[in-house]
Design a protein around this ligand. Structure first.
Ligand code: CA
Length: 229
């Protein structure tokens, strides 16, 4: 999945980018508020990690701008500011959660999963329909009682489709969800990925709609975390 990292501190940015990439995230990193604004408007991110003290435009302003245009991407504010006012303002403006620096990567990852789940409309860590269930914590997928482990990219792709069961997502929409900037994406990368997933999950899990894209069957059905066998 793709994440937008907005952080002007080189050391923190580098270590976060590396840590997240090691967990399979595609990370787009920007270092000032204006770049953050344009990247956010252009990209399709599962989550935005937002520092507040930024050059050119304050993080609070970046957040206000995004929410003002109706963007609902989950936002985790990362801040060294210990001022309660800043955090309250961030939350009032629509940040989903915040973390005070310094924090541990493990906690950051857990909070990212939590805000993404909440956006998916589920307090549980499993989303899916009647045919396929995806565990957002373990990246395991359950199809007709068969459990499989997905790669980071397979997970990002299936997550994108399961967010809107029944909806057709185009190649470009899927690429935007899976790959970050500067990643070499061959023209048939999505096809290759889906081909591999069909072999793993069965031919009917992800359906091709000729000339338009791919979809999973709808409608959505929230699945309790404990319900899967
Ligand atoms: Ca900063």
């Amino acid at each position: 999945m793709r994440v937008l990292l907005v952080e002007d501190d080189e050391m923190i940015g580098h270590s976060l980018k590396e840590g997240l990439a090691a967990q399979g995230w595609s990370v787009d990193w920007v270092k000032d508020g204006l770049l953050a604004q344009s990247a956010w408007a252009d990209g399709d991110y599962a989550c935005v990690l937002l520092d507040l003290g930024l050059p050119k435009r304050d993080g609070v302003e970046v957040l206000r701008h995004a929410r003002g245009r109706g963007d609902t991407t989950p936002v985790l504010v990362l801040t060294a500011r210990d001022g309660v006012d800043d955090r309250v303002e961030g939350l009032d403006l629509g940040a989903d959660d915040y973390l005070l620096k310094p924090y541990e990567l493990r906690e950051l990852l857990a909070r990212m999963r939590a805000v993404i789940r909440r956006r998916d409309g589920s307090a549980h860590s499993v989303i899916g329909n009647t045919a396929v269930q995806l565990d957002l914590t373990t990246r395991e997928v359950l199809v007709q009682g068969e459990r499989s482990q997905l790669s980071a990219r397979e997970f990002a792709l299936l997550h994108a489709l399961l967010e809107r069961p029944g909806a057709i997502l185009s190649r470009e929409q899927l690429e935007n969800r899976i790959y970050g900037w500067g990643e070499e994406v061959s023209s048939n990368a999505v096809d290759v990925l889906i081909h591999g997933m069909r072999r793993k999950l069965g031919p009917d899990t992800i359906r091709n709609v000729r000339g338009l894209g791919w979809r999973v069957a709808g409608p959505a059905q929230a699945v309790a975390a404990g319900a899967a066998p």
